[in-house]
Design a protein around this ligand. Structure first.
Ligand SMILES: [Mn+2]
Length: 333
């Protein structure tokens, strides 16, 4: 059968994959399906050729993703734990180096950094860099990389990479989905991945508390610019009385995005440690939320981006609302 049309995997990336002996794997914390799936597949491939690879995180693996084999072995770095020593740090899906957290900030001087990412705003940090903004997910790059380096891809890794693709493309519906994305998915299914298993474990196994959280969120949505801008502001601790995890709160942006007439959706979320996290979604390329987030020190994709602020959720919202209204109106003009 045909292979996905080749994405260009830089030779230095293939070399690092083939030769690295002690690797720390990291993605952003908390991780998402793309960071987790591509990291697990990478770790399995490195282990299969006898390399030592430790996958680290600074936040627990989100509840909904814990069904993936290997997620239980991810090392949760607590404050009193040093970052494991290594020759290489493989950073995945991190649009800026700070998103890799301590794995990047506290690495030894001898540690080389491989930056594999698909965010258009990536500043190309690291010693070896492979940023492919055409890739719908790092999982798509990871598949090409494992193939280019002639490394093992077993059923478990194929399933992990399909989770990367499914979650980062909104089940293959976002504008980032290309023929190559679908060809990669087909190759993964041929390798034994099961889409129906992902549907059941990821989308048909939600705790009722998550639905109650959504109901609360719907009640607190506010609309501006004739309904083209939808903002959901949540204070720190929102949802904790329902016993849902922060990952479930994060996904509430999808509620706002799914509404008819909304062009730009924003979730302004207070963090337990102070400050605010803003997530933005756009349904129109003319409303480039990646550029908007960059103005505020963040980044991301044209239709999905985010940034952090030191201010309260209410103050943050006041500061960004006029700009977002303008963005939503321009896009629908
Ligand atoms: Mn991604």
């Amino acid at each position: 059968m045909s292979e996905p049309s080749q994405s260009h995997v830089p030779a230095a990336v293939v070399d690092a994959m083939r030769s690295a002996q002690r690797v720390v794997i990291a993605t952003h914390s908390p991780m998402d399906g793309d960071g987790l799936g591509s990291g697990l597949a990478l770790q399995r491939a490195l282990h299969a050729r006898g390399a030592n690879a430790v996958f680290v995180t600074e936040a627990p693996v989100p509840r909904s993703l814990r069904f993936l084999p290997g997620s239980e072995d991810i090392v949760l770095l607590t404050d009193d734990m040093p970052v494991p020593d290594a020759d290489w740090l493989f950073g995945l899906d991190a649009g800026e180096e700070s998103r890799l957290g301590r794995a990047f900030a506290e690495r030894g001087e001898h540690v080389r950094v491989l930056n594999i990412d698909h965010h258009v705003s990536n500043p190309r940090y690291g010693d070896v860099v492979w940023v492919d903004a055409e890739a719908a997910a790092v999982g798509e790059q990871m598949y090409a990389m494992l193939r280019a380096a002639d490394m093992e891809l077993d059923v478990v890794a194929a399933q992990a990479l399909l989770v990367s693709l499914v979650t980062d493309t909104g089940r293959f519906c976002y504008s980032s989905t290309t023929a190559r994305t679908l060809e990669t998915a087909a190759a993964l299914v041929r390798a034994g991945a099961r889409p129906d298993n992902i549907q059941r474990r990821l989308y048909s196994s939600e705790p009722i508390a998550v639905h109650r959280l959504r109901a609360l969120a719907v009640d607190s949505l506010r609309f501006f610019a004739d309904g083209k801008l939808c903002i959901l502001t949540v204070e720190a601790g929102f949802g904790s009385q329902l016993g849902v995890d922060s990952d479930d709160v994060k996904d509430l942006i999808d509620v706002a995005t799914s509404i008819e007439g909304v062009v730009v959706a924003a979730m302004v979320r207070g963090l337990a440690e102070g400050g605010t996290k803003v997530s933005l979604r756009s349904k129109d390329d003319r409303a480039d939320v990646s550029a908007f987030s960059r103005l505020h020190g963040g980044g991301g994709h044209v239709r999905a981006s985010g940034f952090s602020s030191d201010q309260s959720p209410a103050a943050t919202e006041d500061a960004i609302r006029p700009g977002l209204e303008k963005l939503a109106v321009v896009a629908s003009g």
